[in-house]
Design a protein around this ligand. Structure first.
Ligand code: ADP
Ligand code: MG
Length: 588
């Protein structure tokens, strides 16, 4: 092919591809514009994950009638005059690219009235070309509707994910901006349903809406102020980070804002993770929302097409300020009663008759060749669990073991013909429960237990959506959940083996598994969910067991298909052979 200059239309579409990757990018740009226009209320309406329609309505300054067309020209902006202005940008937008980009790949209609004008303007644009304009009466502010996104770029359309995925991205974008601007009222409606709302308040109010009360109760306030540039300015930090008891499998819940702009930054994310050094196990990450305020000249925001990354003049100063503030907050939080879980739990969720240390043991005991649940009178208690396979016992996979005793309330010492065994009671019980559950799941005979109290779980919208998508799968495993309001589900039943365990805690784990999705290398979701449930149900380390209970557990472990590891792959036992023992004592 000969070299040719591309047409304006193609150039515009290529440029749009940089800025507008998916429906959520449109939402982001419209929200940023509304914020830049000084709006105090922003209402976003979305249909079909943004493919059909995205509308943002704000009560900001509006656009003067004479400039409305101009707003859709590329590189047309009211926020920047010269390259020098780039040094101290205080608005979210500055390139004048967003509206032009969106307009080139969709159908737009805008109605806007500027605060100094009495009449508003309505404009219709298709594929970047104005097809209609008229004056109208309109409230102060701007309402912009984007329809049929990517209608003229089939390649982009094809790469869009399932509607639900796009919806979730939009939830995330809106809740992030709500966090960064807690005093602004945000309302997000998706397909006629309220997906997120913030009512104009403190960051803590927005976090409750965005993360759910359960998680928020475990969040710790982060604050910090560090001089930068020999005291010429300050790095100011504020936000919340999770206590060491709340963590996730990836870093996606570490959310960072620099001067009110959501950014991604592997360095600062690492600083947050570092702050938890020795407090979280490897591979676990906190939930963090951190606002970094820094003099505008200390940060270059013009380095990324979607403005999602920034460059700091002094990254090390920011890194250590973040690490220090988060570390201090987490270490010192023993002294902050505000988020002391055990205190608030009793007030807010008086649903469990037992505290965890009084929790009765549900170790199944073996009687007459079958497993029976230990509950005192099953007949009287409708929630008692007739648990365990009634089929003929599995063949043995371990030799017959005799329990000698317990060490550290965590390990069972047992003796067999080939030497000594040290069994991790939690890992072993997990293995036993897992194999029973999987066998019954395969036969479709596992038991769900109706919950007595009308217990609910409240989740951030993105998580609630995941649950919503998997209601059938969850029911198959034993969780019957009923939508009960935005982000809230009524827990109707749980897998029977959970007995008295806290279903809310288990469900948070379940959400994590769902988030990981169907990865090619990972086990099927059902299996991972069942593992979670068994982990939660299994007797904890630190629980004193009677000889009977230990013997019962060992009897069952002896007949597991894979008795040597827990479902997560950790060993259940250490075996010291008679020969090894003899060698250790120099008897040979
Ligand atoms: P940028 O935000 O980078 O300036 P945009 O393409 O997003 O570029 O917007 C172009 C211009 O249109 C803005 O500079 C602003 O003057 C005007 N504008 C866009 N959206 C709004 C809005 N919601 N309210 C008021 N003015 C707006
Ligand atoms: Mg903009």
């Amino acid at each position: 092919m000969a070299i040719q200059v591309l047409s304006e239309q193609v150039i515009a579409q290529i440029a749009a591809g940089e800025v507008i990757e998916r429906p959520a990018s449109v939402v982001k740009e419209l929200v940023e514009n509304a914020l830049d226009a000084g709006a105090s209320t922003i209402h976003i309406t979305v249909e079909n994950g943004g493919r059909r329609l995205i509308r943002a309505t704000d009560n900001g300054s509006g656009i003067p009638a004479a400039e409305v067309e101009l707003a859709f020209e590329r590189h047309a902006t009211s926020k920047l005059r010269s390259a020098d202005d780039l040094v101290g940008i205080s608005t979210l937008g500055f390139r004048g690219e967003a509206l032009a980009s969106i307009a080139s790949v969709s159908r737009i209609s805008i109605t806007t009235r500027h605060r100094d004008e009495t009449v508003g303007t309505t404009l219709q644009i298709e594929g970047g070309i104005v097809i209609q304009r008229r004056s109208t009466g309109a409230p102060l502010g701007t309402s912009l509707t984007v329809e049929h996104l990517f209608f003229n770029t089939p390649a982009r359309l094809k790469f869009l994910k399932a509607e639900n995925t796009e919806r979730r991205h939009i939830d995330t974008v809106v809740s992030r901006y709500a966090m960064a601007y807690p005093h602004i009222r945000f309302l997000l409606e998706q397909d006629g349903r309220e997906a997120f709302r913030s009512n104009g308040g403190e960051l803590s109010d927005v976090l409750v809406a965005a993360l759910g009360l359960d998680i928020f109760r475990d969040m710790i306030l982060v604050e910090g102020e560090t001089p930068i540039n020999d005291g010429q300015g300050y790095i100011r930090l504020s936000g919340f980070t999770s206590g060491p008891g709340t963590h996730r499998a990836d870093r996606s819940r570490i959310v960072l804002f620099v001067n009110g702009r959501w950014i991604q930054d592997t360095g600062i994310t690492f600083a947050v993770v570092q702050a938890y050094h020795t407090l979280l196990t490897k591979g676990r990450y906190p939930i963090t929302v951190l606002m970094i305020d820094i003099p505008p000249e200390e940060v270059d925001v013009n380095v990324h097409p979607a403005k999602a990354e920034v460059r700091f003049r002094n990254p090390n100063a920011v890194f250590s300020a973040v690490q220090r503030a988060v570390r201090q907050a987490v270490i010192g939080h023993g002294a902050t009663p505000l988020i002391n879980r055990s205190q608030t739990d009793n007030l807010l969720a008086p649903l469990h008759p037992y505290t965890s240390d009084q929790m009765p043991l549900d170790l199944p005991l073996e009687t007459t060749g079958r497993f029976r649940h230990q509950h005192a009178d099953e007949a009287a208690d409708p929630t008692a669990i007739p648990y365990g396979p009634s089929a003929p016992a599995q063949p043995r996979t371990l030799p017959l073991l005799r329990v000698v005793g317990q060490v550290g309330a965590s390990y069972i010492v047992a003796e067999g013909p080939a030497g000594m065994y040290l069994v991790d009671q939690h890992a072993a019980h997990e293995r036993v429960l897992y194999e029973q559950f999987m066998a019954e799941y395969a036969r479709g005979t596992h038991f769900a237990q109706l919950t007595l109290a009308s217990q609910t779980i409240e989740l951030p919208m993105a998580d609630a959506r995941l649950i919503d998508e998997h209601l059938d799968l969850l029911r198959a495993v034993g969780f019957t959940l009923e939508p009960f309001g935005p982000g809230i589900f009524l827990i109707r039943s749980v897998p029977a083996i959970l007995a008295d365990r806290d279903p809310v805690e288990t469900l948070h784990g379940v959400v994590e598994e769902l988030e990981m999705g169907r990865q090619p290398a990972a086990a099927p979701i059902e299996e991972r969910l069942i593992r979670r449930v068994c982990k939660q149900a299994a007797v904890k380390a630190g629980t004193i067991l009677s000889l009977d209970q230990m013997q019962g557990l060992i009897r069952q472990l002896e007949r597991c298909l894979s008795p040597h590891t827990c479902p997560h792959g950790r060993p259940t036992m250490i075996h010291l052979s008679s020969e090894q023992l003899a060698r250790e004592f120099s008897r040979k």
